[in-house]
Design a protein around this ligand. Structure first.
Ligand code: A3P
Length: 312
């Protein structure tokens, strides 16, 4: 029989209460193992670290928020399910937002809903915003993790538009300062990116490192890499299948779907579904920050990436 568990917030309440805290951009943050986590995620993260039961064929999609999570979820889900839905018109991504197709671990653990994960059929596809260093040991040792990163300048712009859906008064300059200071949700962003970069160098078979900008330039090429990495390679001749995935998940296609125009996604505390599809381009930062701001953030990041082999 199952023993009723204490809610994580109660069980790890003392641990959370002892952590450094900041209130920024409308969020309560706690410094946990070097990263500023939203306060309401911390206890769940501890449970994730200690009790997550990985399966050998799990695939975890990882990202810093606003760096291409929704797109990566759609591409990976479409790739994994391509044989189950040979008729493109029947594909679930036409009826469901990508966040309703791929469960979001951080929120599931924060809400004490982890039993849901046990019920998922294998192979499971899940996503997280946790840095690599905070993933459970068992995941690091045994699961495949695909990570997507993005120019931090475009990330800030995207994050600002996203947060403004809930806080219309949030000044861009204020959020920008927090990003440069590193004290922003799951930040510092450079440590987040570096955690996956280092892991991908150490274990390329376990950690795939993708860039949003590369995906924009040649989506098909990176979908092939992703498919191979996940153990579901496209046959070299099957250009049509790759194209079908790229097309199904394209920004225009996804943004134009009825399901993504209204209502809210189950994940992300019910953010409106259309808030995940804004502009979908690289370089929109020029419309929001001064050249001085851009240089400042670039220099912070370049400085942190120096000597790591990662180009800022
Ligand atoms: P912009 O705000 O710059 O447009 P996340 O999914 O991690 O929350 O990131 C959201 C960003 O990805 C948004 O960037 C959004 O428009 C973009 N995006 C969402 N779906 C996309 C897709 N299918 N193709 C390209 N970009 C996409």
């Amino acid at each position: 029989g199952t023993v009723p568990k204490r809610p994580a917030k109660e069980e790890f309440g003392d641990l959370v209460a002892a952590l450094p805290r900041k209130h920024q951009a409308g969020l309560e943050l706690r410094l946990y193992q070097g990263f500023w986590l939203p306060d309401h995620w911390v206890a769940g993260t501890v449970v994730f670290q200690r009790r997550f039961a990985p399966r050998p064929d799990d695939v975890i999609l990882a990202s810093y928020p606003k760096c291409g999570t929704t797109w990566l979820k759609a591409l990976a889900f479409a790739t994994m399910t391509r044989d189950a839905y040979p008729a493109p018109a029947q594909h679930p991504l036409l009826r469901l937002n990508p966040h309703d197709c791929v469960p979001f671990l951080d929120e599931i653990f924060a809400d004490g809903q982890e039993a849901k994960l046990e019920r998922l059929p294998s192979p499971r596809l899940m996503n997280t915003h946790m840095p690599h260093t905070l993933l459970p040991e068992s995941v690091i040792a045994g699961c495949k993790v695909a990570y997507v990163c993005r120019d931090p300048k475009d990330m800030v712009v995207s994050l600002w538009h996203f947060l403004r859906r809930r806080q219309p008064e949030l000044p861009f300059a204020e959020l920008f300062e927090h990003v440069c200071d590193g004290a922003v949700a799951v930040g510092p962003i450079w440590d987040h990116v570096l955690s996956y970069w280092r892991a991908s160098l150490a274990r390329p078979d376990r950690v795939l490192f993708l860039r949003y900008e590369d995906l924009l330039l040649d989506t098909g090429k990176h979908v092939r890499r992703l498919a191979e990495f996940m153990g579901r390679p496209f046959s070299p001749a099957d250009e049509g299948a790759v194209e079908a995935v790229v097309e199904l998940c394209s920004f225009e296609k996804m943004k134009g779907l009825e399901v993504n125009k209204k209502g809210s996604a189950g994940a992300y505390h019910a953010m409106p579904r259309d808030s995940f599809f804004r502009k979908g381009v690289a370089g929109d930062w020029v419309n929001h920050m001064t050249p001085e701001m851009a240089t400042r953030l670039d220099e912070v990041v370049r400085d942190k990436f120096r000597g790591t082999g990662l180009a800022a």
